[in-house]
Design a protein around this ligand. Structure first.
Ligand code: ARG
Ligand code: ZN
Length: 472
């Protein structure tokens, strides 16, 4: 329930006389952060976005990005001003069609002051006109924008949106997206979801993409470049769109041999995790020198390096497992990263088991043995790794070991019921590590605090017996 500030009788009367709604007198600024424990300035308070409409134009030769973001949101408090997270140059902001004052404050904050306060519970529409050269814009000491010889790409975690659209940049505020991007004829623009249409005029081709299910800001992606695009339809009727840079060198074959198996892998994962949550699928491989991959919603980003040793279906299994674990069920706080990475890593073990290349238990035993007790690996707690260790091997490998220990402790029937039930219970929502422990206890009917403390929240190598979880 909202807390009303007490007004002295005289002030209330003055408000009535001036016909100012009581809410306006009460209005306060929205917080510049959403309250994340690792990243206090990420996201914002006071409003909730339901839809982003991005109408952009990108010129690869100059790396200039320009356009307009139309943001549909609801005020969550009487709001005198509010922040967006953004690092490019803004030329105009309209709130409800009226010019609003704005100011860049901090390295990725845009402070917007509407002419009149917004009323709690009311919808409002925001228009932001902007431009920039994202590869040259440094925020928090870096840029996530990857410039390639023929284009540019936004794909990083947790920071990605700052360099291409203004947002409430935290997974707690998910929204739907229309991304429309004009690029020079002969160049393509790839984003999330379905390709609704393309059109060409005056030397520019416009690609209109739609992501129709709630999507976290870091899972929105844009890739401009010259791509070979393959399209297909799944047995269930969903469109599959994959894109490969024309410039992948000798990684091209292995990239295609991996990413073209997307539909098959999604079908198999659906049998383990429950129905696929989105209405499109695919993947894209731009010509970037980086080595990470990212579970951008419906269409993961893969670096060519991931395929340097040959086909890598395991990587595709990982990014596609994130569609359930991370994308549909998103974390509440970046501290909860294990609910993404532990599960996507465990999916790779399940795939290996299914492919006859070693069972999950064999891989768990191998992983457990491969880190000696004095390895710093064991000092990182997957359940609270710290921002600097958010993508540490411990979050992935020890994170998967935690799930094998759970499986051994409660048995296959409950374990697999939990994988499906969890993704159903929190579909399109947010959840924490604590929520998972509670859910697993509910389904299994067993106390699990000690098991999860051992695997997720205690530095040091658990005893071998605990790896089998027989004694817990
Ligand atoms: N979530 C990604 C994955 O595990 C990891 C992204 C790491 N990001 C980075 N910039 N290294 O697939
Ligand atoms: Zn991952």
């Amino acid at each position: 329930m909202r807390h009303h500030r007490l007004l002295v009788p005289g002030a209330a009367a003055a408000c009535l006389l001036l016909a100012i709604p009581a809410s306006a007198a009460d209005a306060t600024p929205g917080a510049p952060g959403i309250g994340d424990s690792y990243y206090p300035s990420y996201g914002n308070g006071g409003y909730d976005v339901s839809h982003y409409d991005l109408r952009l134009k990108y010129q690869p030769t100059t790396d200039r990005l320009e356009g307009t973001a139309t943001i549909v949101a609801d005020a969550k408090q009487d709001l005198s001003r509010f922040n967006l997270d953004f690092a490019l140059d803004v030329s105009e902001v309209l709130v409800g069609g009226k010019k609003a004052a704005f100011e860049a404050t901090g390295d990725h904050e845009l402070e917007v002051t509407p002419t009149a306060p917004l009323t709690s519970g009311s919808p409002f529409t925001l228009v932001v006109r902007y431009s920039g050269t994202p590869s040259k814009v440094v925020a928090s000491g870096f840029t996530s924008w990857l410039r390639t010889p023929d284009g540019g790409i936004a794909a990083n975690e947790p920071e990605s949106a700052w360099w291409w659209f203004p947002s409430n940049d935290h997974p707690l505020d998910k929204a739907t997206y229309d991304v429309s991007v004009a690029v020079p004829d002969g160049t393509q623009a790839i984003s999330n979801g379905t390709l609704r249409s393309t059109s060409s005029k005056l030397g520019w081709t416009r690609y209109n993409w739609r992501s129709s299910k709630p999507q976290a800001t870091y899972l929105a992606t844009l890739a401009v470049g010259k791509f070979d695009i393959t399209t297909d339809t799944t047995a269930g009727g969903l469109p599959v769109i994959n894109a490969y840079s024309k410039d992948l060198g000798d990684n091209a074959g292995a990239a295609r041999a991996s990413v073209e198996r997307t539909a098959e892998i999604v079908d198999w994962e659906s049998t383990v995790f429950g129905p696929y949550p989105f209405d499109a699928l695919g993947g894209y491989v731009p010509n970037v020198p980086t080595s990470y991959a990212l579970e951008t919603q419906t269409r993961p980003f893969y670096s060519p390096k991931g395929f340097a040793k040959g086909a890598n279906t395991s990587l595709v299994v990982h990014e596609l497992a994130h569609q359930w674990f991370g994308d549909s069920v998103s974390l509440k706080d970046w501290r909860d990263i294990w609910i993404n990475e532990g599960f996507a890593s465990y999916a790779q073990w399940l795939w290996s088991e299914k492919e006859g290349e070693g069972t999950a238990q064999e891989l768990a035993d191998y992983t457990y043995a491969s880190y000696p007790a004095d390895d710093p690996f064991w000092q990182v707690e997957p359940g609270d790794p710290g921002a600097e260790n958010q993508f540490h091997d411990a979050v992935y490998d020890r994170g998967a070991l935690a799930l094998q220990a759970l499986r051994n402790h409660i048995g296959d029937q409950d374990f697999f019921a939990i994988l499906k039930g969890w993704t159903a219970e929190h579909r399109y929502g947010n959840a924490s590590v604590k929520d998972f422990v509670t859910y697993a206890e509910k389904v299994s009917g067993k106390p699990l605090a000690s098991l999860f403390d051992t695997w997720l929240f205690t530095p040091g190598k658990p005893a071998a017996a605990q790896a089998r979880a027989a004694e817990l």
